[in-house]
Structure formats: C-alpha cells, structure tokens
Design a protein around this ligand. Structure first.
Ligand SMILES: [Cu+2]
Length: 166
C-alpha cells in the first residue's frame, strides 16, 4: 500500500517538472485540450487579432505561417515580451540560419527541425514560412496577456494582440 502511494506521488511529480508555469497558466499536452483555435501568422499580423479564453480552459493553438518570414506565437505579459525581444535580437542570426536549413536538402528525416527556438519555456513557438506549429496551454487566473511575435521589429509593427482570460 505504502509503495503504491509512493509510486503515484513520484509519477505525479515527474510530469510538471518539464515545463515552467506562469501566473497565467502552463503548457499542457495537446491531448488535454478542450478547444482548438487556428491562428494565421502573416507578414506582419495575426488573424484573428485578439483572443478570448476562460480560466481553467486548455486550448490547443494551431499556428499556420502564411507569410514569407519566420513568425512567433508567444504568450506573455507585455513585460515578458519586452524581455523576449532582447533575446530574439541576440539570436537573430540563428533564426535566419534555421530558415536556410529548412529550405535545404530534405531526406534526412527524424531530425525534428522545429526545435530551433531552444530558449523557449513552453510559452512560445517559432514557425518558419509555410510551416505549421502548435502550442497547447492551460490558462489560469484572469490576467490580461498578449500573444505576440517577437521576431525583431514585428511586435513594433503591430504583430501583437490582446488575450483576455475570463
Ligand atoms: Cu512576426
């Protein structure tokens, strides 16, 4: 009996340790989503331009980059986006190298080319032109946040929208 309880406690602990959580929630497996929302990433805008969710809800965002530029879907407060823009500026070269690689020879397979955005904490996905990405999030609290693209210059050009948590 005692060992069963211990096993349960250990398995419960091992899952959330993978991802950081925020006041507005944490990443979740896609299978737990109760709703799927499609967001188009364009040069340079989001469609839709605002999002509405409920506290406690797990939403799977399907992100379709219809533009010619890499775009990001990043959930965070305004302050988090400002910080993230500094990081993105520092790694700008890496983004464009990744673009070149994605357009290069195929056929290697199994290399997982979508893991470019390695500094992410689960609240961001970088989507290359013509590609799709996904992000599933369980929303907490009732804090107004923003979904934004922090590729240098894009946030300033208006690639940001309000995300309200009811
Ligand atoms: Cu962008």
């Amino acid at each position: 009996m005692k060992s069963l309880l211990l096993a349960a406690a250990v398995s419960a602990l091992s899952l959330p340790a993978l991802a950081e959580s925020f006041a507005f929630g944490e990443p979740a497996p896609a299978a737990e989503a109760t709703r799927t929302v499609e967001v188009l990433l364009k040069d340079i805008a989001f469609e839709p331009s605002s999002l509405q969710v409920k506290a406690g809800e797990t939403v799977r965002f399907v992100l379709i980059n219809e533009g010619q530029l890499p775009h990001e879907f990043n959930l965070g407060t305004k302050a988090m986006h400002v910080d993230h823009q500094k990081e993105m500026l520092a790694m700008q070269g890496k983004i464009f190298n990744a673009t070149a690689e994605a357009g290069g020879h195929g056929g290697h397979g199994g290399h997982g080319g979508d893991e470019v955005h390695a500094h992410g904490e689960g609240n961001t996905v970088l989507v290359q032109p013509g590609q799709r990405g996904e992000l599933t999030w369980t929303f907490r609290g009732a804090e107004a946040i923003e979904f934004a693209c922090n590729v240098p210059g894009h946030y300033q050009a208006g690639m940001v929208g309000p995300l309200n948590i009811e």
